[in-house]
Design a protein around this ligand. Structure first.
Ligand SMILES: [Fe+2]
Length: 392
């Protein structure tokens, strides 16, 4: 029995080390100045992500469960707490980029300190199920921040007039020659929501029945080629394709293309993590907000899928390159329950004024997503790797 527990712990430690190392690997190409800036409220400095994910393990595992643990720095609660009211006061979000201290070096020392204590703690036998669950949550949380690191680094570099290259090898897309095939789904009662033994977030639980009318869903997401047709046809200049809020957004921002597109010398260019490039016409369109996705669908005479339709169709469609906007508001599933304590603040309190995105993106760590995963953002957000799938 003890041998089995030791083996489980070894596997957990291996996973812990590998996921923690990946966050630092993502930051490897950065210059020290890139770690610190916060160009807009939604984009956190990479330094903050590295500290905050470390704080998560320190706060929710080491402090309450390891009686030998001594906190690295008492003030870090204030600096690296994101939104946990139960944990206490914290730096306002807009100020994350105003903090030159703790330095990047300090943050890396913090990571090493917490990692060493975590490894020592995890080697102790046996781990209770509460700790194992918190560890799984902490690792999935770190993976969510790995995707945010990519999005935020892209925003930081992509809004610099020098268009710096993150990595010449950062080619994240695979699709070519996408067809416009649609798949028919028969009307009927289906079940959605997570079931199984593995990890899922609380917002996926409460597997339940849904009734769907017949629909047809695109096998592939919308490409840059298709999106260019929308732009060329005056998609951004005709109110009738847009929600009222979306049209306000277009006017306020003088929007005329996806984020990171630049019209240079009579042609559209695209800032990528490998630098400014020609538009790859066969790539799924990226960095689209909900308003744009809905306007494109309306221009096509089609619509976006609901999250129920998306999940039911997921085994038959090609997904994983873009988070796909759905036409579903982010709401609790039947029977949804918040966990007790601070962890209960993880998902539930964001279930208002946001739309669900399904799938995964090229920036999502491998193995992190699944067909029942419910991502969510405000309709105006473009900076994640977001795209469009059509339904008719
Ligand atoms: Fe977080």
């Amino acid at each position: 029995m003890q041998e089995k527990a030791a083996k489980v712990n070894q596997e957990i430690i291996k996973k812990f080390i590998s996921i923690r190392a990946h966050s630092e690997h993502i930051c490897k190409p950065l210059e020290i100045e890139d770690y610190v800036v916060q160009p807009v409220v939604d984009v956190s400095p990479p330094k903050w992500h590295l500290g905050h994910t470390t704080w998560f393990f320190e706060t929710f595992i080491l402090k309450p469960h390891d009686k030998n643990y001594k906190v690295f720095n008492e003030q870090y609660d204030f600096v690296f707490n994101s939104y946990y009211e139960s944990v206490g006061a914290r730096v306002v979000r807009t100020d994350r980029g105003n903090l030159s201290r703790p330095s990047v070096t300090d943050v890396y020392h913090y990571r090493t300190y917490v990692d060493q204590h975590m490894e020592t703690f995890l080697k102790s036998n046996p781990l209770c199920s509460e700790v194992i669950e918190l560890l799984e949550l902490g690792l999935n949380h770190e993976q969510q921040h790995q995707e945010l690191l990519f999005s935020d680094i892209k925003y930081i570099l992509g809004h610099n007039p020098l268009f710096p290259v993150y990595s010449p090898a950062a080619v994240l897309d695979e699709y070519t020659d996408l067809s416009s095939e649609f798949i028919e789904i028969a009307p009927g009662i289906y079940e959605i929501g997570y079931q199984g033994e593995g990890f899922c977030f609380d917002n996926e639980l409460g597997r339940h029945k849904v009734y769907l009318e017949r629909f047809e869903i695109a096998k592939y997401p919308v490409t840059n080629r298709q999106y260019l047709e929308f732009i060329a046809d005056g998609g951004y200049t005709d109110f009738k394709f847009w929600h009222s809020e979306g049209w306000e957004w277009v006017k306020e921002n003088a929007a005329q293309s996806p984020l990171y597109w630049h019209y240079i010398d009579q042609k559209w260019m695209n800032y990528t993590l490998a630098g400014l490039k020609d538009i790859n016409l066969n790539e799924p369109v990226c960095h689209i907000n909900f308003y744009e996705a809905a306007a494109f669908a309306s221009w096509k005479g089609m619509r976006l899928p609901t999250e129920e339709e998306w999940e039911v169709a997921s085994p038959e469609i090609k997904w994983g390159e873009r988070w796909e906007w759905t036409n579903s508001a982010y709401l609790p599933y039947p029977g949804f329950e918040k966990a007790a304590g601070a962890i209960g603040e993880y998902n539930g309190k964001f279930m208002v004024s946001q739309m669900v995105l399904r799938g995964a993106s090229v920036a999502t760590p491998k193995g992190h997503s699944r067909a029942t995963y419910r991502n969510f953002f405000h309709p105006r957000h473009q900076w994640q790797f977001m795209g469009i799938r059509l339904v008719k």
